[in-house]
Write a protein that binds this ligand. Structure first.
Ligand code: NAD
Ligand code: TYD
Length: 373
């Protein structure tokens, strides 16, 4: 009788084979949101490879501590042997590459890590995937996907009246960060063109939401406001970014992974262009309502103009029509609903914030802000 079940079990085991994804950089801001969302929607396991740089934080994933579907591995995407091993051991059917150095200001102060992770690391990842993919059987080979997560910053800077970035926009990266991301996008493209690797690339606008490291504008200003510190506005504060709630980015990635055409690029954006100064004023008025200052004044009094970022891109804007028209994706949040949720999250998670404000974070604040007037 036992053997009667064997064919069924074999089919089941075969089905389970290749039913694990590998997420790189899954302890960072977007990666951790993605892993949490993924495991809410799927039962498919996630191997999460992260180097745990200053930006990687296992507390983001604390709710998965006892979840057998989440396998965390501390390691570097530049480690070819480790990657090959993970791909084979877990029979990975898709890789989503979030791992990167991601902060423009840090790339200006020290570009080396950006070259190492975003270019050399992406190259090693591609090599490990190429060799693994080559050895798969025909069915698994055609089902396999590498989704590379990139940024709108590779397209350069727009003037006020320019149309938003479409997927065929020329690349004109202006910072060491965006140049290193552009290089990785080109490598991904070349691996498809030359080796036939089944890749997908997404270029997304500025994200915001839970677990955003407080070196970036929105979480930095929330935190500084609550701490009674200056809200530093670079230059005239009229630089424009196109903001997307992080969970909408995660749903876009899931959609592209599921239904995207191999070799294609998809721009992801929220149709939310805002000058930086407006964003900071919005944060101040939400905080004025949710946690008013004890002196009754507005947090906007803490706004301080500081020396501009060198080479500061004036405007980013994403044309997300391809993703909407071809794959039916739309963001669920408006900027107004997303930013309200975000401020509330930071107020509710001050313990998380205190934990990331370590010695390294303090020395970064000195490096970036001490020399600005
Ligand atoms: P993040 O800096 O918060 O997280 C990056 C993660 O990658 C961290 O957990 C870090 O430990 C890990 N990491 C860094 N180097 C690594 C290496 N060599 N090997 C393995 N792990 C490594 O970044 P994020 O904001 O979550 O961005 C994720 C991805 O999305 C990046 O590729 C970024 O370029 C892209 N992106 C970000 C935004 C945004 O607004 N934050 C917008 C568009 C695209
Ligand atoms: P940031 O969050 O660093 O993202 P990115 O540079 O990738 O767009 O910055 C968003 C915008 O806010 C950008 O135009 C720079 C500006 N900015 C400030 O004005 N003050 C700050 O302290 C920071 C960190 C950013």
């Amino acid at each position: 009788m036992r053997y009667a079940y064997l064919p069924y079990n074999l089919i089941f085991l075969n089905f389970l084979k290749h039913m694990t994804i590998l997420v790189t950089g899954g302890a960072g801001f977007i990666g951790s949101n993605f892993v949490l969302d993924w495991l809410q929607q799927h039962d498919e396991a996630v191997v999460n490879l992260d180097k745990l740089t200053y930006a990687g934080n296992l507390q983001n994933l604390a709710s998965l501590k006892d979840d057998p579907r989440h396998i965390f591995v501390k390691g570097d995407i530049a480690d070819y042997d480790l990657l090959s091993n993970l791909l084979k051991t877990h029979q990975i059917r898709a890789v989503i590459n979030f791992a990167a150095e991601s902060h423009v200001d840090r790339s200006i102060h020290g570009p080396e890590d950006f070259i190492q992770t975003n270019i050399v690391g992406s190259f090693r990842l591609l090599e490990a995937i190429r060799h693994y993919w080559n050895d798969l059987d025909a069915e698994a080979k055609s089902a396999f996907r590498l989704l590379h997560v990139s940024t709108d910053e590779v397209y350069g800077s727009l003037d006020k009246t320019d149309p938003p970035f479409a997927e065929d926009n020329q690349y004109q990266p202006n910072s060491p960060y965006s140049a290193s991301k552009a290089a990785s996008d080109h490598l991904v493209r070349a691996y498809h063109h030359t080796y036939g690797l089944p890749v997908l690339t997404t270029n997304c606008s500025n994200n915001y939401g839970p677990y955003h490291f407080p070196e970036k504008l929105i979480p930095l200003c929330i935190q500084n406001a609550l701490a009674g510190k200056a809200l530093p506005i670079y230059g005239d504060g009229q630089q424009i970014r196109d903001w997307l709630y992080v969970k909408d980015h995660c749903s876009a990635i899931r959609r592209v992974l599921e239904s995207g055409q191999v070799g294609e690029v998809y721009n992801v954006g929220g149709w939310n262009e805002k000058p930086n100064l407006d964003v900071v004023h919005t944060l101040c008025s939400i905080l004025d309502q949710l946690q008013p200052r004890t002196d009754g004044k507005s947090y906007a009094e803490q706004i301080t103009y500081v020396t501009d970022r060198p080479g500061h891109d004036r405007r980013y804007a994403i044309d997300a029509r391809k993703l909407e028209q071809q794959l039916g994706w739309k963001p669920a949040e408006t900027f107004e609903t997303g930013i309200q949720k975000t401020v509330q999250w930071y107020l509710d998670n001050q313990a998380w914030v205190s934990n990331v404000l370590s010695g390294d974070y303090q020395s970064w604040l000195d490096t970036n802000y001490a020399a600005r007037n």
